[in-house]
Design a protein around this ligand. Structure first.
Ligand SMILES: [Zn+2]
Length: 435
C-alpha cells in the first residue's frame, strides 16, 4: 500500500511525465498543487568537504613562516604563501595570541589553505589557497544573519564592569547608554543594584551559526534607583532611527544629561567649597567632570556658539546660547572644534577635554546659565520632546507590540551572575573656578 507521504511525490512525478503531452491530458494544476500540500522537504545527503579546518593560535616568539612550517610547508613554500597574501594582508605582522585557521586535505593531510580574519569579528577574511598555479589569495566576506538575543545585567560598581562581564563590546555599551542618556545621567546616577535587560542582535555566520558580534539594540529596559525606563528602536518611513518609550515618546530631550558620554563628576555645583589652588573658600559655579585629555566634549543642546576662544582662568572656552533663556559653557579645553557664531546641534562635538587655564589636571568645567545666572544643571528638569508623529504611530505600535513581550520575557540578571567586580576610584582633578 502507498503511504500518504509518498502520494504527493507520485503526483508530482506524473505531472513531470505529462510535460510534452497534449494539453487535454494535463491534469488541472491547482488540483495537483492542493494534493501535493504539504510537500515533504527532501533531505540532502551531506557531502563531506574534501578538507578539514583547525584553528592555530600564534605562540609567543612565533613568526608566520615557522607556523606554516609546523603545518608541513617548507620554508620556501611558506614564503610563497605569505607573498601571495601580501596584497590583501601582510601575514608577517601576525602577533602572539592571534589565531588563524588552517585547511588540510582530508586524504593526505597536506596544508591546502590558510584563513585569517581581517576584522575583529571575522566578517571579512583572507583566504589563501593552493591551486594548480600555486598559492593565490582572496578576500571573502562572510554571509551573516542577525538574530535577536536576550541580555540582562546588574550593576555592582559600574555599568561598564557589568557589561564587560556579559561579554558586551564597547559599541554595545555605548548603544545602551545612547538609548537612555536623556533620562539617566550615567555619570552620576548609576547605583549598585541598578539593572538592565535588552534585546540585542547577535550577528552570526549564516552557515555555522557562530556568534560574531552584537549588532543593534532592538529594545531595552533600565531600572535605576527603582525607576524603570524603556526604549524601543524604531525606524520611520523616512529611515530616521530613534528610541521611543512604550507611549511613543522619544526619550530625546532639550538637553543631554551630560556634555561627556562617560566620565565622573569630580566636583559638583556648590555655593561654597575650599579652592585647592587659591586656598580660599569659594563657590563652584559649575560641574567638573573628570575625563582624560582629549575626551570629546559635546554641546548639551542645539544652539549658537556665542564665544569660542581663550578666557582667563577658563582657558580654552566655548559658550553656547541655546535660546533666550538657557546657555552653557565648556572650559579648560585642549582644543576647540567650533567657531564663534556657528550653529551646533545637540550632541555635536565642540572640543576636547584638557587642562588649559587654571586647572590642576585634565577635566571639563561645565557651566549652565538660566536667564544669564549660574545654575545647577544637575537640579534642572526639562520636558520630553519629540513625540512620534501620528502618521508613524501605527507602525511604531506594531514594532513595540512585537518587542515588549519578548523584552518582558528576558529573565532578570542575578547579582552573582551578571554583576561586575568592584573597582577603585581614581584621584579627581579639580579646576580653579574662574567664574
Ligand atoms: Zn569647575
Amino acid at each position: 500500500m502507498l503511504s500518504s507521504r509518498r502520494l504527493p511525490w507520485l503526483l508530482l512525478l506524473s505531472l513531470a511525465l505529462l510535460v510534452g503531452c497534449d494539453d487535454d491530458e494535463v491534469p488541472d494544476l491547482a488540483e495537483v498543487e492542493a494534493a501535493a500540500t504539504p510537500t515533504p522537504t527532501p533531505v540532502p545527503t551531506p557531502t563531506p568537504l574534501p578538507w578539514v579546518e583547525s584553528d592555530v593560535t600564534v605562540k609567543s616568539g612565533q613568526v608566520i613562516t615557522s607556523i606554516l612550517q609546523e603545518q608541513g610547508l617548507d620554508y620556501g613554500e611558506a614564503l610563497t604563501l605569505v607573498n601571495a597574501a601580501a596584497d590583501i594582508h601582510d601575514l608577517a605582522k601576525i602577533r602572539a595570541g592571534e589565531a588563524l585557521t588552517v585547511r588540510s586535505d582530508r586524504e593526505t593531510g597536506a596544508l591546502i589553505g590558510v584563513i585569517y580574519p581581517l576584522d575583529r569579528f571575522g566578517e571579512r577574511r583572507l583566504v589563501v589557497e593552493r591551486g594548480e598555479a600555486g598559492w593565490s589569495a582572496s578576500e571573502e566576506a562572510r554571509e551573516t544573519v542577525a538574530v535577536s538575543v536576550p541580555v540582562a545585567g546588574i550593576v555592582n560598581s559600574s555599568l561598564w564592569g557589568a557589561c564587560d562581564k556579559l561579554g558586551l563590546s564597547a559599541d554595545t555599551i555605548m548603544g545602551l547608554v545612547g538609548v537612555f542618556e536623556w533620562e539617566i545621567d550615567f555619570n552620576t546616577q548609576i547605583r549598585k543594584g541598578d539593572s538592565f535587560r535588552m534585546l540585542v542582535e547577535s550577528v552570526r555566520d549564516a552557515a555555522t551559526g557562530e556568534h560574531l558580534r552584537h549588532g543593534r539594540i532592538l529594545g531595552a529596559e533600565f531600572t535605576s534607583s527603582g525607576t524603570t525606563f524603556q526604549g524601543f528602536r524604531f525606524e520611520d518611513s523616512e529611515g530616521k532611527v530613534g528610541y521611543f518609550n512604550a507611549e511613543g515618546m522619544s526619550s530625546k530631550k532639550m538637553f543631554l544629561k551630560s556634555p561627556l558620554k562617560f566620565s565622573r563628576i569630580s566636583s559638583k555645583f556648590s555655593r561654597k567649597r575650599f579652592h585647592p589652588i587659591l586656598k580660599k573658600w569659594r563657590s563652584h559655579n559649575g560641574t567638573d567632570y573628570a575625563a582624560g585629555h582629549g575626551t570629546p566634549v559635546r554641546s548639551i543642546g542645539r544652539g549658537t556658539v556665542s564665544f569660542s576662544g581663550t578666557k582667563g582662568g577658563y582657558g580654552s572656552h566655548v559658550r553656547v546660547k541655546h535660546n533666550g533663556k538657557y546657555s552653557s559653557s565648556y572650559s579648560h579645553l585642549s582644543k576647540r572644534a567650533v567657531k564663534n557664531g556657528q550653529v551646533v546641534d545637540q550632541g555635536q562635538l565642540i572640543g576636547y577635554v584638557g587642562s588649559s587655564g587654571l586647572a590642576t589636571g585634565p577635566h571639563l568645567h561645565f557651566e549652565f546659565y538660566v536667564d544669564g545666572k549660574y545654575s545647577d544643571f544637575q537640579r534642572q528638569s526639562f520636558p520630553r520632546t519629540e513625540p512620534i508623529s501620528s502618521k508613524e504611530k501605527p507602525a511604531f505600535e506594531a514594532v513595540r507590540d512585537a518587542l515588549l513581550p519578548e523584552l518582558q520575557a528576558v529573565p532578570p540578571a542575578d547579582a552573582a551572575a551578571g554583576g561586575d567586580d568592584d573597582d577603585s576610584a581614581n584621584a579627581q582633578p579639580v579646576d580653579a573656578d574662574p567664574g
